[in-house]
Design a protein around this ligand. Structure first.
Ligand code: SF4
Length: 430
């Protein structure tokens, strides 16, 4: 049997707003595909052949990519393309399974577009699903409660490396230290898709991926901010990871996801351990936490002081802050864009991405805006942080879009020097 994993394409800032390419000194960003496919491939029995098509790199072609079963990794931005691929395959009599954040958070929508969906993590149900497929008794839906990761097989990251093209290749790939989060940030998909209990990935499994990436000369990244949490053993696990990484020849960490309140709470020893492990950058996600919501939303002076102190601390400790600055929160008045741009200049930020608040289906934000009648657009391809899909509270949709475009334009207008940097040093999530 052959299973073909497919990562459907989606657009980001540069594709939806090509006029910005005249200002931003970086080509379009190609991030790694969702880790879920490599994880499920790791849980696939050895006698099943697996392949991967990254539809962003090589357009999926049902004539060329022939398989017994197709497994599509779906999150909201690529859901529209996933449905298109699936409809084409099913019209040819082929079987399609969908898994990922979108089928997990809005199964009632995904179910209409696939022969089977996986709700939640794929590994616990994958063998059963394959057996059912082989015996001709595929069920419409498979799900399992988030369970222990004790016996997790390492993700087959080489599947991703094999399909890279010289001009289309991610600089870094994610390493997963944990799954789940007990917090409930308004617009975050993680607790809904991975569960509210923080579970640790065993260190041998983590290091297997680190070694594979080091061998391939790839940077590794930690996308979630949960590594820094003081509960469920997450921080101790992170410290152990930081001690292990320098022992692997060639292992280099590009960035770790974090937020401003967490930066303030970090003790000096963890900063030093992060630096010693070669962490080059903090991917500082803003707009979810109280500091940045109040600082940029209404110009609260104390919150602004704390936001500036956070950037200064990163600079002082020698880890570059790469901010992801969001506009469109309910607390954002029309002055938010000027406040953000002035903050960027005062704090001497070198790189940033800018995003529009997006109520991803299934999140608390989605349910709240739906109840308030403020969802304006259900084209899932527009749910990519680069479009206004809801009615903002304190400005019009056009004002919000103009503000977002002005952020990209005005910030990078004075940063042309980034063009001279090597690719991995100037990667901007564009
Ligand atoms: S943003 Fe971070 S802290 Fe908040 S729910 Fe998501 S993973 Fe948890």
């Amino acid at each position: 049997m052959r299973v073909q994993f497919v990562y459907p394409s989606f657009s980001r800032h540069a594709a939806d707003h090509p006029e910005l390419t005249a200002y931003v000194p970086c080509e379009e960003y190609l991030g790694p595909p969702s880790l879920g496919m490599a994880c499920v491939a790791g849980a696939t029995p050895g006698d099943v052949e697996v392949g991967l098509v990254d539809d962003r790199v090589e357009r999926f072609d049902p004539e060329r990519h022939v398989a017994d079963l197709y497994a599509l990794s779906v999150f909201t931005p690529n859901a529209t393309r996933a449905f298109e691929i699936s409809a084409d395959l099913r019209a040819r009599g082929r079987k399609v399974v969908m898994g990922g954040i979108f089928p997990t958070l809005v199964p009632e929508v995904a179910r209409e577009h696939a022969d089977a969906i996986v709700v939640g993590e794929g590994e616990p149900v994958w063998r059963r699903l394959l057996d059912d497929f082989e015996s001709g008794s595929l069920k419409p839906s498979y799900s399992a409660e988030p369970g222990s990761l004790e016996h997790l097989a390492p993700p087959r990251i080489e599947l991703y490396l094999d399909v890279e093209k010289p001009h289309l290749r991610p600089d870094d790939y994610p390493v997963q230290l944990s799954r789940g989060c007990p917090l409930t940030c308004d617009a975050c998909v993680l607790p809904g898709s991975m569960g509210k209990k923080l579970r640790l990935v065993p260190m041998p499994t983590v290091m297997h991926t680190v070694r594979a990436l080091a061998r391939a000369g790839k940077l590794l990244s930690l996308t979630e901010d949960t590594s820094f949490f003081g509960f469920s053993g997450a921080r101790a696990h992170f410290r152990a990871f930081l001690e292990e990484v320098p022992r692997v020849e060639g292992a280099r960490i590009s960035y770790v996801g974090i937020s401003m309140p967490v930066v303030h709470k970090l003790d000096k020893t963890l900063f030093a351990a992060a630096r010693d492990a070669g962490i080059r950058m903090f991917y500082l996600v803003c707009g979810f936490d109280e500091i940045t919501r109040r600082a940029f939303g209404s110009g609260d002076p104390e919150a602004m002081r704390r936001a500036e102190a956070c950037i200064a601390r990163c600079h002082d400790e020698g880890i570059e802050p790469y901010t992801s600055l969001m506009v469109g929160n309910d607390g954002d008045d029309p002055g938010v864009v000027d406040r953000i741009l002035e903050f960027c200049e005062r704090t001497r930020l070198e790189k940033s991405e800018f995003t529009i608040f997006t109520p991803y289906p299934g999140t608390p934000a989605w349910h709240r805006l739906l109840a308030e009648g403020r969802i304006l657009d259900r084209n899932w391809a527009h749910y990519n942080d680069a479009n206004v899909v809801f009615r903002p509270k304190q400005m019009t949709p056009d004002e919000l879009l103009d503000g977002y475009l002005r952020l990209w334009r005005d910030f990078y207008r004075s940063r042309r020097h980034l063009e001279g940097k090597v690719h991995e040093d100037r990667t901007i999530q564009f």
